[in-house]
Design a protein around this ligand. Structure first.
Ligand code: MN
Length: 241
């Protein structure tokens, strides 16, 4: 349960990296930052288009609708007035009437923003396909080696039953890194954690190209994960407001 959790501040630097923007009409669909075809041949254009312009757009639209209805009701107005990232952190405090809609759609809205920003086109000459520096050291000291980390993360993703996500998170107040899963569109921020790497294992993320072969999708996904961008997310989490 959420009570008693000391939730970390979500710095504006993180929202900038994730391309999360609010507007008078509600939240905007976060930009991917590259073209749908740019992750080919690892993630195909048709999947990217469907995933972003239909699925992510749907979560965005439904998040706005749920927030609007909740805010109009006047119930739990203090929490309702907060930005979506703070509401997701305190999801257990959202009134029951809107909690499921906000958990699923608000989570989907935020989760996909992480997913797009963890990846870069194979042609990106600045990309880092393996972690380096401080993050690289921490991965080694926690998991043994990058290969061990990758295996554990992959096994966690291929072993997850049904729809959900695999995450690498930092535990606030320590330098501990942890691999965990979430069901449906839940986000580790609801447990007071700082997610930095997100793998979507919903079938909509891979079915067009890989059918039911999730391991094949995960293998291709690793080829576009950019540790420079994962590091930017970690840096943004720990930025001073
Ligand atoms: Mn998805």
């Amino acid at each position: 349960m959420a009570s008693g959790i000391d939730f970390p501040i979500v710095p504006s630097a993180l929202l900038n990296v994730l391309k999360i923007k609010d507007s008078a009409e509600g939240y905007l669909l976060p930009d991917v930052g590259y073209e749908y075809a740019d992750l080919e041949p690892h993630i195909d254009e048709a999947t990217m288009r469907l995933h972003h312009s239909r699925h992510h757009a749907g979560y965005t639209k439904k998040t706005n609708a749920a927030l609007e209805a909740w805010r109009k009701s006047g119930e739990s107005a203090e929490l309702a007035s907060k930005p979506i990232e703070n509401i997701i952190q305190r999801i257990d405090d959202v009134p029951k009437k809107w909690q499921r809609a906000i958990r699923n759609n608000g989570g989907g809205f935020i989760n996909h923003a992480f997913y797009w920003q963890n990846m870069s086109p194979p042609s990106d000459s600045n990309a880092q396909r393996e972690p380096s520096g401080n993050l690289g050291e921490r991965i080694k000291s926690t998991f043994g080696s990058f290969a061990d980390f990758k295996k554990q993360f992959t096994d966690t993703g291929t072993g997850l039953f049904g729809s959900g996500w695999v995450w690498l998170v930092e535990v606030p107040g320590s330098s501990e890194l942890r691999i965990l899963t979430s069901e449906n569109q839940d986000n580790p921020m609801s447990q007071g954690l700082k997610p930095i790497l997100a793998l979507d294992v919903w079938e909509h993320a891979y079915y067009l190209k890989h059918q039911n072969n999730r391991p094949s999708y995960v293998e291709e996904w690793w080829k576009v994960v950019d540790w420079r961008k994962v590091g930017d997310i970690l840096t943004a989490w720990n930025a001073k407001q």
